[in-house]
Design a protein. Sequence first.
Lengths: 700, 183
Amino acid sequence: MEKTFSEKVKDTIVSSMGLKLVITLAWWITLLMLLGTLFVGRMLLDYQYRAMEKRGRDIGTVLGKASIDRLISKDVISLNMLVQDVVKSQDIIAVVFMNVDGTPITSAHASFNAQNESVKGVRDAENTEDVAKLFAAIRRDLAPVEVSVDVMLDGAKLADVRMAFSRSEAQLNTAKVAALLLATNLVIVLSISGLVYVMARRMITMPTGAAEAVASAIAAGDLTQSVKVSTIDEIGNLGRGLNRMAIGLKGMIGNIRGSSEQLVMVSGEVTDVAVRVSTASRVQNESVEEASSSVNEMHFSLKEIGGSMDDLSETAEQTSSAVIETAASIDEVARLMTDLSSSIEETSSAITQMSASIRQNAESVGVLTVLANETASTTTEISAAVREVESSAKQSVALAEAVTADASDLGMRSIEKTIEGMRRIEEESKRTSDVINRLGERAENIGGILTVIEDVTDQTSLLALNAAILAAQAGEHGKGFAVVAAEIRELANRTASSTSEIGNLIVSVQEESREAVEVMQKGVQLAAEGTRLARETGDVLRKILERADQSREMSRSISRATAEQVTGIHQVSEAVDGINNMAQQIERATSEQRTGSDQIMRASERMREITHFVKSATSEQVKASRNITNVMETMGSKVNMVKRASGEVRTGSDLIVKAIDRIKMTARENAELAATLNNAVEVLTLQTGALKKELGRFTM
Amino acid sequence: MPGDSGKVMLRDTNNKKTAVAEEIAQIVTFHVGQEEFGLDIGVITEAIRPLQVTPLPRMPQFVEGVINLRGIIIPVVDLRKRFGLTAIQNNPRKMRMIIIRGALLGTGGPQRLLALVVDSVREVLHIPLRQIEPAPAAATGDQAGFIGGVAKAMDRLIIIIDITKILSGEERTALAEAGNVHS
């Protein structure tokens, strides 16, 4: 409903301190001033009457002294003349000489002031010349001031002089003075009101208005505002108190925001690393496929080894290039471990900063308590801002819970699968090592055969020599035989040099087989080491999950504490109590958080150590794989030369094919694991983004 | 003599060597130490892998012992020792014994055989007699006497041995007597 004019005016006055002050002040000053004026007027009038009486007495005395003779001589005419002179004064109404018995001596025309309008009026009304009657009429109508002076002669009263003074002039003067006083009062009141209004505006209304604006801005989330303070009185202290509060809030939220931004950064980097691991495992998968197909071809070629060794040499070349690609993949993994190591370093330093922020929080809590006491009068606005914080804390709890569920679920499963994969790699390496050992044995067998061939060659050579000798002795008849013997010798020599070459090849193949076996064994050791490291990582992950649970509990306490704060603020004393309760709880929660972050820091130190270990294990593996590559290349070229010698390694290649198949399977599973890890990281990124959005509502 | 027809033998018993640069000689080359030596194929009976040497106490000192080759007893001379080289073996598998005839004196009947232990046997070379030069004059002394000539084949220098000079006269006599007693 529309308010009436008077209600609107009342609202305007009630809502302005300045107006209230001014109106109250003006009302009271005016009241006092009026009373004062009244009082002063009254006093002035009495004073004037007194003066009149005195004047009358003086005049009467003088008249008396002057009229003694005339009275004695009963000279009425000169007495009239005397009286007439005196009566001419404006304010004198009548002067009458009276006998002792009360009868008038002077006559009416002389005794009364003919200029005075009111006297004239009375005279006309009475229409008589009787002085006594006239006097009585005047007394009745005009109420004059009467003065009577006795004329004394030698101690005996001759007559008395009666005078009547008009009150009207005195009253007029008094009225003038009173009006002047009132006017002056009005000016004073107006100027004081104006002054008070301006001062109230400047010293109270505007500062408090500015403080109110800043408090509203803080409630809306704008922490950049501050109150301009220029005085050190109560209003100035209020403004300072508000500023301190805003700074405290700014510091807290700034720290939390900084931490959340770093969290976003770290999760972004972990995302990158997970993507790259995924890609590397995919590349590894493809490489294994190529190696498998190459090994299959070699298997089938070896089946025909009795007929042609050409297929065998081709296959050896392909295998060599496949192994080179595998070595390149291992190189990438090594690089990724380096990146992971540096990411862990950054996470560790972010945790250190978070520790420092927690300590700062504790200090801020003390300041907050003091501010609560100071700002008891402006808590209504703050209440709204606190309600919003409460809802934010509730959302944080939900976010932490979601992150915990995902991490525990996916993280632990991934580690278990990694351990399984390591174990399978170990098995495969052992099997491959056995196969290579058997290859070495075959080579030894070949060596034995070569010994026999060498022997035969020697004897052949000797026989050829003896044949030549006999042919020479036979002379002409032996010439043809001599040629034959020479050729046999030649053949035997060639065979001997070939077998010696084969012998060297066998030795080098045996050496390289031994080296390959050693490399395999190293690989087995590294796989075992990797398994142990994965288990330890699993333990660390579990610990981190525990800490996440504790953090969630702390968020809940903060949420509860905030709820208490909201209800408390409605009443001044309850508000201060509520804030004090909150401060204590936060202090407790902060010290708990500090212990938790210390443990996280230690856990991340451990992670750093483990990562260094894995890094060096990976670089070992890089060297081992490079060795294998060299061995494979040498082997390929040697196989080309062994083409002429025959061997029997069919059964060995069967087993190699089967071993490669199993390795293929394991590589595929590892690729799947990498993809799963990728998904988990994506979810983590989403959650940190949501947290950042929440914090973005505050402007600082 | 067998192997004679169409060739002029280097060896000429009891006479100076008369080398006629006409035909091609067949030289069997072998190694002792760093040097390569050669023997005319005519003087060689056969070449064998080393057999077990049986030392006999009654043999002269330069004889290592005897071997039994298909029933025939043959004294053994180690050429490494003869030429004053250390007894280090090069390659036991390559060592050979070359059975030669004509190094010893015969006591009527077939000539006695001698077995020479060498480091390895190389090949049979066909060298024109033109390329065989007499021993250098600087070579003197006991050991140098056995050099029958020097042949150049490809880049190799082959020292041709005169088997009649391998053993000195006293050694031959001693061996013959011992052999006599033994047989």
